[in-house]
Write a protein that binds this ligand. Structure first.
Ligand code: AMP
Ligand code: MG
Length: 396
């Protein structure tokens, strides 16, 4: 048996890191920067008004005063004239400050006049002015390689003048589910058949990491058929993920089709999700998961998610881990790391929270998984835990 940690490293090594590519900003959400973004302009790019009001010289406004309004500066004016002493320019938020002005008086402190303005308070030098470069300086690194491009980061990339960014290319993942018993809804079920669900889960989970996903559903347990359907689709894929057909029974289609083809099958010291396989088929990385839906989800958490995130350039690939006190006793097989679905309730009195299992250890209990918000991890050397024991919890 291979340990969970060793197998995780093996899967991650298989995928490596995706190459960099240029992407339009709109397509780069959720992806990871492959190189630093250098600001081509400062932010703000010019001194501008932080308020709707009047640009003045502070020395002209030491108390209540009336000044002629010599110009009007809406946002977007590109031909701003200097402010002559003893005058004011009406100015809007974001409009360039006229040379000579050193303060802005907000409109609320004036009568709002357009030919002349009466200002009721003294102006303070520098008031309501947003200075060039006070946020980002031209030529500096605005975003570092390795940054995950969330909406604020994409906004900054746009603001400093980029139309495209270089990111780690999204992986193209082919997801295939196997099993002669599988039927795609809405076709009616016959006794002995079940509705296919793994490919739907895997596609959504993998897409959610920032990959492009293609799906082949419900391939029958026939080696020739499996090869015929999957092989032609390998060419465009960076990764093939299969479910089902890898355990110890007969009719293990994935195992039968890929043994001796570059994919190795092994038993991992975990529950659920023991039977696994990975390797390369026709040069394409392959990860073969067992068929039980909960095994699929746990395998995704334990192996696929960290490997795919690493391939996409992420450095933080782990789920948040917390310690929690158990509110129900549980048992776990010796020598296996058990992942139980749980409900974690944070506590405001303790550093830790409270956690309890949701559903039993059975790897077919998908309904219970949907009500869980965490995985409770019982280490290999633990066979039972009691109420009140502290356990490790992975927050989903
Ligand atoms: P296997 O690993 O192929 O032996 O499948 C283990 C269990 O998972 C069996 O009960 C299968 O019917 C079930 N199963 C396999 N693939 C799927 C799937 N794609 N969707 C739902 N259940 C599945
Ligand atoms: Mg099967």
């Amino acid at each position: 048996m291979i340990s969970v940690d060793d197998y995780r490293d093996r899967v991650a090594a298989l995928l490596g890191t995706a190459p960099a590519t240029a992407m339009p900003l709109a397509a780069a959400a959720g992806l990871v920067l492959a190189e630093d973004v250098t600001a081509t302009v400062s932010l703000p790019p010019f001194d501008n008004s932080a308020m709707d009001g009047y640009a003045v010289r502070a020395t002209d406004v030491s108390g209540p005063v009336t000044l002629p309004v010599a110009d009007d500066i809406p946002a977007g004016r590109v031909d701003v004239r200097p402010l002559e002493p003893g005058t004011a320019h009406r100015i809007m938020t974001g409009a360039p400050l006229p040379p000579g002005a050193d303060a802005v008086v907000m409109v609320e402190d004036t009568d709002g006049g357009t030919s002349q303005v009466t200002i009721s308070v003294p102006a303070r030098e520098g008031a309501h002015i947003r200075r060039t470069g006070e946020d980002v300086v031209e030529g500096s690194v605005a975003l570092h390689a390795g940054t995950v491009l969330g909406h604020s980061q994409l906004g900054l990339a746009a603001a400093v003048g980029l139309a495209e960014v270089r990111v780690h290319r999204p992986l193209r993942v082919l997801v295939a589910s196997t099993g002669t018993e599988l039927i795609d809804a809405p076709a009616p079920l016959r006794h002995g058949q079940i509705y296919e669900s793994n490919s739907v889960m895997l596609a959504a989970a993998i897409r959610g990491l920032g990959c492009e996903v293609d799906v082949v559903r419900s391939v029958v347990d026939d080696v020739e058929e499996f090869r015929k359907v999957i092989e032609p689709k390998l060419a465009g894929a960076d990764l093939l993920v299969t479910s089902g057909g890898v355990s110890a029974g007969a009719y293990e289609v994935v195992k039968d089709a890929l043994t001796g083809q570059g994919v190795e099958f092994a038993k991992i010291a975990m529950q659920p999700g023991g039977p696994q396989g990975c390797g390369r088929w026709q040069g394409v990385p392959v990860v073969t998961l067992p068929g039980n839906p909960v095994s699929v989800l746990v395998s995704f958490e334990a192996f696929l998610r960290p490997a795919i995130l690493t391939a996409l350039g992420h450095t933080d690939v782990s789920r948040r881990r917390v310690r929690a006190r158990l509110n129900e006793e549980m048992s776990s097989p010796a020598g296996r790391r058990q992942y139980r679905r749980g409900v974690f309730t944070p506590s405001d009195r303790e550093v830790t929270g409270l956690v309890g299992p949701r559903g039993g250890p059975g790897s077919h209990l998908l309904g219970a998984f949907t009500q869980a918000n965490c995985l409770i991890v019982l280490p290999e050397d633990v066979t039972s835990v009691a109420v009140g024991d502290e356990v490790e919890v992975l927050l989903l």
